[in-house]
Write a protein that binds this ligand. Structure first.
Ligand code: AMP
Length: 210
């Protein structure tokens, strides 16, 4: 299964991707997580990406295309993968297609901007493994500590309200057109955000079976 998860920042792509990768036994590839690790480690890619990320802007397509083509060649991707947060522009989608990287389905999680603005203030991510939590909706067993790896949970810099607003603007302008792009290829499946994480997972699995 080769799957793309689409949706606005804060739609729950990361959370759903983590659940789905366990269920479907395929890796999740999150360019956001790869970039945050690069920034933390001060790599050349991280140095290039940091200012864009802090401002809530997209990192240039060529950087992303380089990261993703390299990652998809790794052994664990042989049986499929879930892409979380990529492609994010038509140019990225076209580059994947040109490289012969095709998908079985593209699931778009639909959610209003207002719900996202309310939701983002409670999001926490693990600084070590990138797992995401929410202080109310998906709390860790122990406050501030990752259930998976024991790492420290922190608030992302780009989850500040003004930055979330810019990220939503960028989403509507640059990423939302991908829905049409994949609808034209008969791959698009839309799922309404549900009131619980489990219900959204169930809705995604249902459209994937259909
Ligand atoms: P995310 O964790 O997916 O919300 O990504 C966090 C930030 O990383 C974004 O706001 C962008 O600055 C950058 N980023 C992640 N994925 C991409 C992508 N596919 N294209 C461009 N920028 C990206």
């Amino acid at each position: 299964m080769k799957l793309i998860l689409l949706g606005a920042p804060g739609a729950g792509k990361g959370t759903q991707a983590e659940i789905l990768c366990d269920r479907l036994e395929i890796p999740t590839i999150s360019t956001g997580n790869i970039l945050r690790a690069a920034v933390k480690n001060g790599t050349p890619t991280g140095l290039k990406a940091k200012a864009f990320m802090d401002a809530g802007q997209l990192v240039p397509d060529e950087v992303i295309i380089g990261i993703i083509s390299e990652r998809l060649q790794e052994d664990d991707c042989k049986n499929g993968y879930i892409l979380d947060g990529v492609p994010r522009t038509i140019a990225q989608a076209e580059a994947l297609e040109k490289a012969g990287i095709l998908f079985d389905a593209v699931v778009s999680i639909e959610i209003s901007d207002e719900t996202i603005m309310n939701r983002m203030s409670g999001r926490r991510v693990c600084e070590s493994c990138g797992a995401s939590y929410h202080v109310v909706a998906v709390p860790p067993k122990q406050e501030g500590v990752c259930d998976r790896c024991g790492g420290k949970l922190v608030q992302r810099k780009d989850d500040a309200p003004e930055t979330v607003k810019s990220r939503l603007d960028v989403y509507h302008q640059e990423t939302e057109p991908l829905k049409d792009f994949y609808a034209r290829r008969n791959l698009l499946k839309t799922v309404e955000n549900q009131s619980t994480v489990e219900a959204t997972t169930a809705a995604i699995l249902k459209v994937l079976e259909a």
